[in-house]
Design a binder for this molecule. Structure first.
Ligand SMILES: C[S@@+](CC[C@H](N)C(=O)[O-])C[C@H]1O[C@@H](n2cnc3c(N)ncnc32)[C@H](O)[C@@H]1O
Length: 256
């Protein structure tokens, strides 16, 4: 199939023209502050027929949806899609399949469907898995609208640069492997550790071992209720270690 114009005209393999108006958008809504939504994201959300939003487990409110709540108003069709909070592919696959099936149903009706995602849609987001499923299922028009990544907003809130001049920046999800934490701290001037809440104590211990504990900033729920920034890891309390937390380590000491 060759596409003439995204979302409107598509040629089948036989050369005949098919009209397909359904469009799938991934919209990054930023990490918390609704004012960080891009103008493009805002327009796409206003024009979408259906807003799809991820939520983890039946009882948890989707953060991405809460960020855009005021923007989309009451009249828009909203579909919340549940995804389990697990890294087990075997449990995630069926939830991606099911969600993609619902979205494709709307696309077949010619609807514009916007899937909202926290921060940027290309960074550790369910969106990219859904996008693969939707692309596999047919020649649907798709568009990804970037959003402000959480670590950029956290650096801004903390008042620190993420990287300057020739410095390198590593972005690392803290999962099991503390050797990776050591490796990146040795080889990069700046490191962002995402998904850090469950491994906070272990990461803090490695930073101490490397003499970097005093050069780390912890940020949690940036732009959301309960937002916290701590320049001293000793001041981080249990209640601050929300899932939406990260640590920025800067090997070059920051003056001021
Ligand atoms: C599944 S990833 C999503 C990342 C997101 N797509 C982005 O662009 O930032 C979730 C991780 O992002 C980070 N995160 C997301 N929102 C955050 C916020 N408001 N404040 C601090 N960290 C946040 C945390 O490290 C959290 O564990």
């Amino acid at each position: 199939m060759g596409m003439i114009k995204a979302g409107i005209k598509l040629f089948s393999g036989m050369g005949d023209l098919i009209f397909m108006k359904g469009v799938f958008y991934g919209v990054g809504v930023g990490p918390g502050d609704p004012e960080l939504l891009t103008l493009k994201g805002y327009r796409v959300l206003r024009e979408a027929d259906v807003i799809c939003a991820p939520k983890s487990g039946a009882d948890r409110e989707g953060v991405a949806l809460s960020i855009i709540g005021e923007i989309i108003g009451q009249k828009k069709e909203v579909l919340e899609l549940s995804f389990p909070m697990t890294r087990e592919r075997a449990k995630l696959e069926p939830s991606w399949e099911k969600a993609a099936g619902r979205i494709i149903g709307f696309l077949r009706e010619g609807k514009k469907v916007a899937f909202v995602t926290l921060g940027d849609p290309t960074l550790y987001s369910t969106y990219t898995y859904l996008l693969k499923k939707i692309k596999q299922a047919g020649p649907w028009a798709v568009e990804t609208i970037p959003g402000v990544p959480s670590f950029c907003a956290c650096a801004a809130l903390a008042g620190i640069p993420l990287a300057e001049g020739e410095e390198k920046l590593a972005v690392v999800p803290v999962i099991e492997d503390l050797d990776t934490v050591r490796f990146v701290c040795r080889h990069f001037e700046n490191v962002v550790f995402m998904k850090v809440a469950g491994k906070f104590a272990e990461v803090a211990a490695v930073l101490e071992e490397l003499g970097l504990k005093g050069q780390a900033v912890f940020a949690s729920r940036c732009g959301l209720a309960g937002s916290v920034v701590k320049r001293d890891l000793e001041e981080v309390e249990e209640g601050h270690k929300d899932y939406l937390s990260l640590i920025i380590v800067k090997k070059v000491a920051q003056g001021g």
